[in-house]
Write a protein that binds this ligand. Structure first.
Ligand code: WQD
Length: 336
């Protein structure tokens, strides 16, 4: 049985991926520093799968601890989620983002190289495309100058991997996530935003739950059918499954190049108003919202061409926007 290290495995995407890895028959070892996650998530994963992943509370910025981990653990692959992900915060604390998102990546890759380990999956982001010139966005679309330090760390991360794949023969895949939403059907794991949510879906569910008074829709004067911005919202379990597909490809040596990258989205664009309507109809909840000005830095539209992932990874997102939003609402209701 293959053993996979999942860094940031108690976070939103990491926890769902740990569950899917276990379901696919992998042994899972989780590293997390609990900076933006909770220890209870480990119990929740165990409850879902019936098997407790091995857990190490390690901060990947402490090189000695990373070395110790690899001195005492043998793994067949690494899925690297541990990173900071708040766009606004990244502009205020750039060094934190370079340290959390880049330094830790180099420590991990360095230790993998020393131990001769292979098979690395990296969490990248659709933000690398900025405002793409054509929709849907294919992997051929150019990487545009980053609008935020967060986005820049994802671009650098991909470059770091590419160079390591060239120099050391490492096999790696970067997954460029569009907008992950929703929660596991059990409502035992989901997204746990700290403070006022910056992302649309947690703000929607918290508004419906009465925690927030009113959702602000950022701009209705974009050049889109209803004037609100368009994104590709993907169910987190579908996203988790894309990691298993990518990992299998590397482990089975089906990859065509040392370093590959894939869009991970549904291929369907939804406007903010589409999301509000779908939320109301799939949950029966009325949402209090108002139109306000545009949010600085937002792109008009971003949705994926997923044909490369469909073809090469044999993976496709299955869940509809309605199902994803209903799962997010079920998760919100479980947070009492
Ligand atoms: C979606 C749409 C908003 C909140 C960001 C990061 C990206 C990734 C995911 C990951 C936009 C609108 C939002 C609100 C609104 N990061 N909106 N009212 O901006 O596409 O992507 O999160 O870890 O790297 O850039 O996602 O959910 O913030 O916004 O109208 O209160 O909803 O303007 O059009 P975004 P989002």
């Amino acid at each position: 049985m293959s053993t996979i290290l999942v860094t940031g495995g108690l976070g939103f995407i990491g926890s769902h991926t740990s569950v899917e890895l276990q379901k696919a028959g992998y042994e899972v070892i989780i590293i997390d520093n609990l900076s933006n996650s909770r220890y209870e998530v480990l119990e929740r994963i165990t409850k879902i799968t019936g098997k407790r992943p091995e857990f190490h509370q390690i901060d990947l910025r402490v090189k000695k601890d990373v070395q110790n981990f690899f001195n005492t653990n043998q793994v067949d692959g690494v899925i690297h989620f541990a990173a900071s992900k708040a766009v606004g915060e990244s502009m205020e604390k750039p060094l934190l983002y370079y340290e959390n998102n880049i330094t830790t990546l180099t420590y991990l890759l360095q230790e993998m190289r020393v131990k001769g380990l292979d098979n690395f999956i990296f969490s990248s982001s659709a933000t690398v495309y900025g405002q793409a010139d054509e929709m849907p966005i294919t992997e051929e679309a150019p990487v545009k100058p980053a609008e935020s330090v967060y986005g820049y760390t994802k671009q650098i991360g991909e470059e770091v991997m590419k160079h390591c794949c060239n120099a050391y023969g490492l096999n790696a895949i970067a997954l460029r996530y569009f907008n992950p939403i929703g929660a596991h059907e059990s409502a035992l794991i989901g997204e746990l935003p700290i403070g006022v949510p910056q992302n649309l879906i947690p703000f929607v569910t918290q508004t419906a739950a009465g925690i927030r008074e009113c959702l602000s829709v950022f701009g209705d004067d974009y050049d889109t059918p209803d004037g609100t911005a368009i994104r590709d919202y993907i169910h987190v379990v579908d996203l988790a499954k894309a990691h298993i597909a990518a990992l299998n490809r590397l482990i089975e040596r089906k990859n065509k190049e040392n370093f590959e990258f894939y869009n991970v989205g549904t291929g369907k664009g939804s406007s903010v108003l589409d999301v509000i309507k779908a939320f109301e109809s799939s949950t029966g909840q009325k949402l209090n919202y108002k139109i306000v000005g545009r949010r600085p830095g937002d792109v008009v539209s971003a949705y994926a061409d997923t044909s490369k992932a469909n073809r090469e990874l044999n993976w496709k997102a299955k869940e509809s926007l309605d199902v994803s939003l209903a799962s997010a609402w079920k998760w919100q209701c479980a947070q009492k």
